[in-house]
Every structure is written in C-alpha cells, then in structure tokens.
Design a binder for this molecule. Structure first.
Ligand SMILES: Cc1ncc(COP(=O)(O)O)c(C=O)c1O
Length: 385
C-alpha cells in the first residue's frame, strides 16, 4: 500500500455520491451520516455546487494572493457582513485557520507580557504543530513533544479551573463551542460567559473554533450565534466549501492586527474554492434553510430519544442542530462494533471521543432520510445488543 498508515480505513471504496448517499465500487448504496466528517454540508455532488465548479473551472482556477479576484472579495464580504467582524483570511483547512488564529494571539500578546494561550481538555484543533499544542488530547500529542509550551489546559466547563488559570499573561483563550472530536460536548452558558468576561478583564482574545460547528451545523450560520457573547476570532473550514478545501479566519476589529508579511497561504481562497464558498454561504445562511436544520435536528434528537427507551446502553443524546452525539455505555457495548455493524447495514457513522457516536449528516438531509437513518441505526443497535 503506497499510502502512509495515518488512517485506519474501512474496506470501502466509493465512486459516486448523490445527496446523502454514497455508492461503493460494487454498486451498493450507503446512507452517509458522516458527510466527509461534517464537510459535505449540501450533500454529495450537489448540482448547484457542481455547476459553480464547472463554470468557474472553465474561467479561472488559481491566481495567487498577489492579485484580487471577485469571488474572494465577495465571500470575504459575506462572512464579514454575517459576523459583524472586521476582516477575513482564507486558508485551505481547519488546522491552518487555527494556526492563523494562534499567530494573531501571539502578535496581540507581544510586548504586553502576554505569551500564553489557554485551551480546553478534550478539545481538538488540528494536526499541525501549533494546533496540536492546544489540542487537549494526549493521544494525538504524545509522539510529537515538545510542542509549543506556552499553553495552559483548562478543564472544559470548569469555571473554577478557568478562574485559577486566567491572568495578565494570557493572550488568548481558544475553545470549541461544541467539542466535536472530543465527544459532542457543548459549552455551558455560564462557562462561556466567564471566559468572555475574564478575556475582557485581562485583555485577552477569545478564539472560537467553529471548524466543525460553523456554517449552519448548529442551526445558526455561526455557532457563536447560539450564545449571548461574541468571540474575537472565528476559525472556520469543513462545511464552508461543501467539499472543496477552504478554511477561513475571521477577526473582529480588536484582533484585526495581521499586516503585510505577517502571514500567507499560496492556495488560500483561490477563485475556484471561493466561487463554491459563495454558493454554500448563500444557501446555508438563508433563514429558512437554517430553521430547517434546527427542525430536522430536533426531529432526529426526538427519534434518538425514543431509541434510548429501547436500548439501555444509550446514556445520553447530545448536541445542537445537526451536530448530534449518541453517548454509549461502553461497559456494555463497543463503539467500534456499532460502527462496523452499521456498515454491514449500509449506514455510515463515525465516533467522537471514547464513548460517543457522532451524527453529522448533510444539512439538507430530509425527514424521510432521517427516518431511514433511524431504521438502519435501530437495526444496527439490535444486532449489537
Ligand atoms: C473543531 C476542529 N478544529 C480543527 C480541525 C482540523 O481541521 P482540518 O482537519 O481541516 O485541519 C477539526 C477537524 O476535525 C475540528 O473538528
């Protein structure tokens, strides 16, 4: 095998996709509630995105960031208008958006005696060395130490721990509003309010990692809109391109401090990916579309709550919108077994943390498809129990 062994792959080779379905080489059809790990916000081969890609590719694909291009300007304007923030930097991935955010934090703290960054235990921010340094999971870090050492972990949702660790030396606090990889753990309002007020008190920046929870996933375009505070920096990626690689870093006025030669990205926000990003944002930011995400998410949660009555090893249903976690009692049943059995039932699901099944279907999934999911998931759980 010529691929590095960085992923444990299932023995599936997909050749085609259509909406919430994927077609395997052997012709079998799978219901996809993984959606490229919360990337395919509008499903596979969405015809509107395909048309944009075809049209843009025939005109202009890449020009570098030495020149302007209307697609990039237009997408930046949309993100600024939707967030009320100041400016945007385009990247190719989540981890790059986080790197940009960390560089802003570093620069913000420079010459102010603020050289430390607070992050959360059980968080996940990416695999590059900066993002990995603020990822609160030893399993991802252990073979790559020493990482950036001016970082301080805080227990997620632990106000006392936060209060003990915040001080004048903190340039930024980085947090996921809903921890994705860590197990679909939602931030509490009290904890978030405390982070915001301590960041204000100590003149530190608040970075929201919305790489997974952003772009409509929680039923709001930005995840921060679920809360009554605003961060200073938003890191995005995943759903923003509906499948083409694009990320973004959005800074408010206070954090809008990167200037010429501070940062760069060769591919970042090229005409092709920003053309697609514009279309995704136009579709997803529509109020009715976002309401539908909430309605469908609530429907899915309701159906899952019913399954909880049937299966005693389901401990909890967590999450918001279409970012949902099914917490399993792993003393009774193995997450890996559930995922593998689901595959035999032509259903794709993914784990999060040590005990949670993560459901992140395309945002335009239908109620009928959710019903099909419940049927296949129930069948899977029955054969596992
Ligand atoms: C919350 C969060 N941040 C950052 C990342 C890293 O994104 P990428 O894999 O695009 O670098 C991920 C990826 O899963 C994520 O879920």
């Amino acid at each position: 095998m010529s691929l590095m062994k960085t992923y444990k792959r299932y023995n599936l080779n997909f050749v085609e996709g259509n909406g919430v379905f994927l077609i395997e080489k052997n012709g079998e059809k799978y219901l996809d509630f993984v959606a490229g790990v919360a990337v395919n916000a509008l499903g596979h081969s969405n015809s509107e995105l395909v048309n944009v890609i075809k049209n843009q590719a025939s005109k202009l694909i890449h020009i570098s960031n030495l020149y302007y291009d209307d697609n990039q300007l237009s997408l930046a304007n949309k993100l600024v208008n939707l967030s009320g923030f100041s400016s945007v930097f385009f990247t190719n991935s989540g981890t790059e958006s986080i790197e940009g955010a960390l560089k802003i934090a570093k620069k913000y703290g420079k010459n102010k005696g603020k050289d430390k960054i607070i992050y959360m235990n059980q968080s996940f921010h990416g695999r590059t060395l900066g993002a990995l340094s603020v990822t609160g999971q030893v399993k991802y870090q252990k073979d790559f130490t020493p990482l950036i050492d001016a970082v301080i972990p805080v227990n997620f949702n632990d106000i006392e721990d936060l209060q003990n660790k915040m001080n004048n030396e903190i340039s930024a606090v980085i947090v996921e509003p809903i921890q994705g990889e860590g197990g679909i753990n939602e931030i509490s309002n009290e904890f978030l309010n405390e982070i915001r007020s301590l960041c204000d008190f100590y003149d530190s920046l608040l970075i929201f990692d919305e790489v997974q929870a952003g772009v409509g996933r929680t039923g709001k375009f930005f995840a921060f809109e679920n809360y009554n505070i605003k961060p200073d920096i938003i890191a995005m990626a995943k759903g923003l391109g509906g499948g083409v690689p694009i990320g973004a870093l959005i800074a408010n006025k206070k954090a809008d401090i990167l200037t010429y030669s501070d940062h760069g990205c060769t591919f970042g926000g090229n005409p092709l990916v920003t053309a697609v990003g514009n279309k995704v944002v136009d579709i997803v930011s529509d109020k009715d579309f976002l309401n539908q995400v909430t309605i469908k998410g609530n429907y899915l949660i309701k159906q899952l709550n019913n399954l909880m009555i049937e299966f005693d090893f389901i401990k909890k249903i967590k999450g918001k919108g279409l970012m949902i976690g099914v917490e399993i009692d792993t003393d009774k049943i193995d997450i890996k077994d559930i995922i593998e059995t689901a595959i035999t039932n032509k259903l794709l699901i993914i784990g999060a943390g040590s005990n949670t099944i993560r459901l992140v279907p395309p945002l335009n999934v239908t109620i009928k498809e959710i019903d099909l999911f419940i049927k296949l998931f129930e069948k899977t759980l029955k054969s596992c129990s």
